[in-house]
Ligand binder design. Structure first.
Ligand code: ISJ
Length: 413
């Protein structure tokens, strides 16, 4: 349902005694999922779908969400984050993207968190369809799909990185994040949950998500809001994992001591802090970043947190934060202009916010990284990029994109 008329929703959450695997419960072809470390949310069906586009897509979503919440009747004795009325969302990176940004309220949501389990049923006034069945569905046939270079071959990407370095040296921009894409095709009727299981098992510390065909496992929390506290995990600075214990330790050490990576990281932290400060003046974060270990990569990471001093919802905060220096560069406008000039494709929802929001405005939003968008006709486009600074080496940046493609390439393969 995409019209602008406000829907009147009736929402009821009940606690249940157990919930084992959540992925088998969602729809095989249009799964709605948000999970990390084995807990999270799945959605079944679509009660309401709201679409947004253009420069104010996130502000418009924040306003539309307030209206929908105000008109809803919610019965929710569980009161955990993710209970009651919840929408899953995915937003386009660029204000001029052809890809729609969406908020989707499922008809049923199942959740697990901290050893507690719940079911939420959502009905729309005037919608007499019976609720979808609430039972695990057997997985469809296995498949193996290769993803191949899309709009650019690796040589063209290296040439773009070279151009970006020249522009940085010339002083046009301080840092720019350049991405490339891979493409493939998913046969009709394929069970997307197979890829989600692989991602969730392979990258348990990342946010594994699936919203409107956008799937991935992101290590980067754009923003979380819970009990009027805001948090974010900033990543910028990357190194491949070593082949053995010694070379792996060496890789981590060279990352945490790299001046290039620390400078790049400091800018990314500052961009997040500057965007959050108007809503949370007493933010705290550690002076030095830590090395975050993923199965494929090391990242420099900083966790930022603080109490919220205004009524900002998590949707207001993604609007304030996006795009961070970690996925655009700095200064933002110059970096976005250079991305538009050099990247020969629309990023769609890659590097945009993906996550969920509840009736109180709390929510968890990641940056859509290590991801692919599956179109309604089965076309797959995967994306990966890296921050380019004056000291960057085009060959190393290409290698970094290959490492960042690994989760999604291996999950499809
Ligand atoms: C842009 C991506 O990742 C971002 C860029 C990073 C970097 O340049 O070091 C690290 C983590 C992410 O913030 C991506 O995965 O596509």
């Amino acid at each position: 349902m995409t019209d602008t008329e406000t829907r009147v929703l009736s929402v009821e959450t009940i606690e249940i005694s157990d919930l084992k695997q959540i992925i088998p419960l969602t729809d095989p072809e249009r799964p709605l999922l948000w999970m990390r470390k084995g807990q999270g949310l799945v959605g079944i069906g679509e009660a309401v779908r709201l679409e947004f586009e253009g420069p104010t897509r996130m502000q418009d979503a924040a306003a539309a969400w307030r209206e929908l919440v105000d008109a809803a009747t919610v019965t929710n004795p569980v009161e955990l984050p993710g209970t009651g009325l919840v929408a899953f969302g995915a937003f386009a990176f660029s204000a001029s993207s052809a890809e729609k940004s969406v908020l989707i309220v499922p008809r049923i949501i199942l959740g697990k968190r901290d050893g507690r389990f719940w079911v939420t049923k959502i009905t729309v006034a005037g919608d007499d369809r019976p609720l979808p069945r609430l039972e695990p569905r057997a997985f469809g046939d296995e498949y193996r799909i290769s993803l191949l270079p899309g709009d650019e071959d690796p040589g063209a990407f290296r040439a773009d990185v070279e151009t970006a370095i020249q522009r940085i040296v010339r002083g046009d921009v301080g840092k720019v994040v350049l991405a490339r894409n891979l493409v493939g095709h998913l046969p009709e009727g394929s069970d997307i949950r197979r890829v989600l299981v692989d991602l969730a098992m392979g990258y348990p510390d990342c946010w594994t998500y699936s919203v409107d065909g956008l799937i991935g496992s992101s290590p980067e929390t754009l923003v979380g809001v819970s009990n009027r506290t805001v948090s974010a995990r900033v990543l910028a600075g990357t190194m491949s994992r070593g082949r053995d214990a010694d070379s792996d330790a060496e890789a981590a050490t060279s990352l945490v001591t790299s001046v290039k990576d620390n400078d790049e990281h400091a800018f990314a932290v500052q961009s997040v802090v500057a965007a959050l400060r108007p809503h949370s003046p007493h933010l705290t974060w550690s002076e030095l970043p830590f090395a975050l270990k993923l199965p494929n990569l090391w990242h420099l990471a900083t966790d930022v947190a603080g109490p919220l001093t205004d009524r900002a919802t998590s949707l207001d905060l993604i609007a304030a934060l996006h795009p961070t220096a970690a996925v655009a560069g700095f200064p933002t406008d110059a970096a976005l202009a250079l991305i538009d000039e050099l990247e020969p494709f629309d990023r769609g929802r890659y590097a945009g916010p993906v996550g969920w929001v509840d009736a109180a405005g709390d929510g968890e939003w990641a940056i859509a990284l290590r991801c692919a968008q599956i179109s309604p006709t089965g076309d797959i486009t995967a994306y990966a990029g890296c921050g380019i600074v004056a000291e960057s080496d085009p060959m190393k940046e290409l290698t970094e994109t290959k490492m960042k493609f690994r989760p999604i390439v291996e999950a499809f393969g």
